[in-house]
Design a protein around this ligand. Structure first.
Ligand SMILES: [Zn+2]
Ligand SMILES: [Zn+2]
Length: 468
């Protein structure tokens, strides 16, 4: 009896992770992420699946990032009635992230329908609403790290630490076929070793098949210490010119990470103490989840949360939920740091801050996260002279500084190192979650260093795994 895997989403691309696994007795998916891209493609890709949602037994959620969790409400809307398994922290994050995603879609469709009405075109529906996202939360079931849990007749699930964001996992499936056991590990997304805050990624034993990400399959991250210096230098330079520092940031993890770093730099007097604003209700709610789940941090950070004053609540940090408070930031003329979502500058309050600050050469936009193709964030990274925000052109006079070292993904060395740490080499490695050139680089590197032949599956490709 063979096990089937179909790489339905997040193959040869970074967004929309979703892989279908069928055994003799069960059908499950690894992740159910939202594909992010241009509007028409977005609605098409996210509403069609090559299997029927009612027939699925379970969905295993590796971590809370929206490209892994964001399409779960659609799955439920289309008839799935099984369980979604994740860690307790992931469920807490999703409690805020999924309704927020529903809200963004309702807003987007409201805008589209306004235009459609003018053009006499039919009105459209969002993928799911905020309410539908809230309803989907009751299907979440939590499993803590290292607790092996039977999720169907022939599959047992165990979560290992992925070291990527708080609550992130490398889910391992033990699939029973007669007397044989087949182990599949899913390292998507995978973090970095020896990073501040998070625990190191764990390498499970006796893995037969490994599915691994390749976001930075061919790239090397700068050292985190150099990144800290660069961040301090950039902020100090902006303060000297009297400008503002605008940091587009994913509300989840990256915001808390950068707040922690900047506060540390201020405590060590590497940066002058200026006000920091974390703007956006989602970022504020998620920071609260982080505080409540501090037991999952590495030992040093765990201790800091227990003993220190709150590492995310230094006295010059203001967390803003209220939209009127957010608008008041426009009137500030002295140097401040504004951190706001969305991370790729596609929606959210960051658009208002960019619109108000991008034309002033005294200001700096600090890019600390991955910017996918066709996003405003990518156009900022590429330093386009003119960018469009809310449909209007703006001159990009502000300085742009890109610091990749804060990435929560392993780089090309980290990915190869992770594969080398398996005591018994997996029979086959599948490379997903990367743009084609990055996936190809990782394939070549693994081939060179481990003398194996990894495979980069195409989207919707099906493979059959031998179980004996
Ligand atoms: Zn992720
Ligand atoms: Zn991802």
């Amino acid at each position: 009896m063979a096990v089937l895997i179909q790489f339905c989403g997040g193959a040869k691309t970074v967004t929309g992770s979703m892989h279908f696994v069928a055994t003799g007795h069960s059908k499950v998916t690894l992740d159910f992420g939202l594909f992010q891209g241009r509007r028409d493609e977005y609605y098409k890709v996210n509403s069609q699946f090559p299997f029927s949602p009612e027939s699925l037994n379970a969905c295993i959620l590796s971590h809370a990032h929206i490209d892994h969790s964001g399409n779960i409400p659609t799955l439920i809307k289309k008839g799935f009635r099984g369980s979604i398994y994740c860690t307790p922290t992931t469920r807490e994050f999703c409690r805020y992230m999924l309704p927020d995603s529903g809200y963004i879609q309702e807003e987007d469709i409201r805008y589209v329908n306004k235009i459609n009405k003018r053009r006499g075109l039919p009105s459209r529906q969002p993928l799911y609403t905020k309410k539908e996202a809230q309803k989907s939360l009751k299907y979440f079931e939590t499993v803590d790290y290292h607790n092996s849990f039977p999720i169907s007749k022939d599959i047992t699930l165990t979560f290992y630490e992925a070291g990527h964001i708080l609550g992130s996992t490398v889910p391992v499936l033990d699939i029973k076929t007669g007397r044989t056991n087949t182990r599949i590990a899913y390292a998507v997304d995978l973090g970095r070793r020896d990073m501040p805050l998070l625990r190191n990624p764990e390498v499970p034993e006796d893995v037969d098949y490994l599915i691994i990400e390749s976001t930075y399959g061919g790239r090397e991250h700068e050292d985190i210490k150099d990144a800290e210096l660069e961040l301090a230098k950039t902020i100090n330079k902006t303060i000297r010119r009297g400008g503002k520092v605008i940091i587009p940031s994913f509300a989840l993890e990256r915001t808390q990470f950068i707040v922690f770093f900047i506060s540390e730099l201020m405590k060590r007097k590497k940066i002058r103490k200026i006000p920091i604003y974390v703007d956006g209700p989602l970022a504020v709610n998620l920071t609260e989840v982080v505080r409540n789940n501090s037991q999952y941090f590495d030992d040093t950070t765990k201790k800091a949360f227990l003993e220190d004053v709150d590492p995310l609540g230094y006295d010059n940090i203001t967390y803003i939920k209220d939209v009127n408070e957010s608008k008041k930031l426009n009137d500030i003329t002295r140097p401040v740091i504004i951190i706001s979502a969305s991370g790729m500058c596609e929606n959210g309050r960051i658009l208002h801050h960019l619109k108000n600050n991008i034309e002033n050469p005294g200001n700096t936009i600090v890019v600390i996260g991955f910017m996918a193709k066709h996003t405003l964030g990518r156009r900022i990274v590429e330093k386009n002279k003119i960018v469009r925000i809310f449909g209007r052109p703006y001159d990009m006079n502000a300085e742009v500084v890109v610091i990749n070292a804060f990435s929560s993904h392993a780089d090309k060395f980290g990915l190869v190192d992770y594969c080398e740490r398996f005591k018994r080499r997996p029979k086959k490695i599948f490379i997903v979650h990367g743009e084609p050139e990055q996936a190809e680089e990782l394939r070549k590197n693994l081939r060179r260093h481990l003398n194996i032949k990894p495979h980069v599956p195409a989207k919707e490709e099906t493979v059959y795994l031998r179980t004996r």
